[in-house]
Design a protein around this ligand. Structure first.
Ligand SMILES: Cc1ncc(COP(=O)(O)O)c(C=O)c1O
Length: 304
């Protein structure tokens, strides 16, 4: 099963800030891999789709918010690879559908809404049983593709990055970070920028993603670090400084950023460079995890 129509290019960013800091900075453009199933999404979905196919499931069911990149990508990937898809959406139905959900429906996804209280139970056996009863035999992928298969796919993101000593990535569930950390060499380090407020709690989630992934007896890698100061108020919160940064970055370097994830990570890296967080001679790789579809909905939501 392969979707990589465009192998992700690596683009160098030259600016006054990188020059002053004495570092080399590159962007791994996963956003350019495919128009719909791009960024970290393909990596998180790949082994889930393969397992579903191997086990003869014809329907995928997954979860997400109304603007979820994961819902968008699962709908498209399901359509491309011949699965029926069901998207369980948090909250009430709002019509007309926003651009993310109307795309999902165009791709053939059936949408089902759960109120927030029920949605919170999404990973419990009781709710999963209820969904299986309601929809028949469905292959369930957790929200954000955050499971063993998701981590496994993300170990393939950094396939040829030995030339870099810091790999930077935006962080939601930390599945992507876990996969990256598992794939690095000893002298490399992954730096993750949570987009949620008080993201330090993720350290525990990362430990469990790593230990669940490894065979028992193997110790989890500790080559990762969370930088929790660039959430801009929390998930999907933005301010003018972030918007301005994002627009200027795109103008200067031709790299579009999404406001929910990558803009915060790129802002964080540039700010840390100004503060001398990195050493002269460091070679940084920033992983562009996609998510650009969300900017359309964001504009609609907040007049960005
Ligand atoms: C564009 C984008 N970047 C980064 C992330 C964070 O990934 P993870 O949940 O694996 O930490 C997400 C969420 O999946 C995302 O949609």
């Amino acid at each position: 099963m392969s979707l990589i129509f465009f192998p992700p290019p690596i683009q160098q960013i030259n600016s006054e800030i990188t020059h002053q800091a004495g570092v080399d900075l590159y962007v791994l453009r996963l956003d350019l891999m495919h128009p719909w199933v791009n960024g970290n999404k393909w990596f998180k979905l790949k082994y889930n789709l393969l397992e579903a196919r191997e086990k003869n499931f014809t329907t995928l069911l997954t979860f997400g918010g109304a603007y979820s990149n994961h819902i968008y990508a699962t709908a498209a990937a399901g359509n491309l690879f011949g699965f029926r898809t069901i998207g369980v959406i948090r909250g009430e139905e709002r019509l007309p559908l926003n651009p993310t959900l109307s795309f999902a429906v165009q791709q053939g996804m059936q949408l089902v809404y759960l109120n927030r209280e029920m949605y919170r139970q999404r990973n419990t056996p009781a709710l999963q049983e209820y969904l299986q009863q309601r929809f028949g035999e469905v292959f369930i992928i957790p929200e954000g593709g955050s499971n063993f298969n998701g981590v496994r796919g993300c170990t393939e993101i950094i396939s040829d990055a030995i030339a870099f000593n810091h790999i930077c990535v935006a962080c939601g569930t930390a599945t992507t970070l876990a996969g990256i950390a598992l794939s690095l060499h000893e002298e490399q380090k992954a730096i993750a920028f949570p987009v949620l407020k008080n993201g330090a709690f993720l350290a525990q989630d990362i430990e469990s993603l790593l230990t669940n992934y490894l065979a028992s007896g193997l110790s989890a890698p500790s080559n990762w670090e969370l930088v929790c100061d660039y959430h801009f108020g929390g998930y999907a919160k933005v301010n003018n400084e972030l918007l301005l940064f994002s627009q200027q970055f795109t103008q200067e370097h031709g790299v579009p950023l999404d406001y929910v994830y990558t803009a915060k990570m790129f802002y964080g890296v540039m700010d840390l460079l100004k503060q001398g967080f990195f050493c002269k001679g460091d070679r940084l790789l920033l992983v562009h995890t996609g998510g650009l579809q969300g900017n359309v909905g964001m504009k609609e939501r907040s007049q960005v």
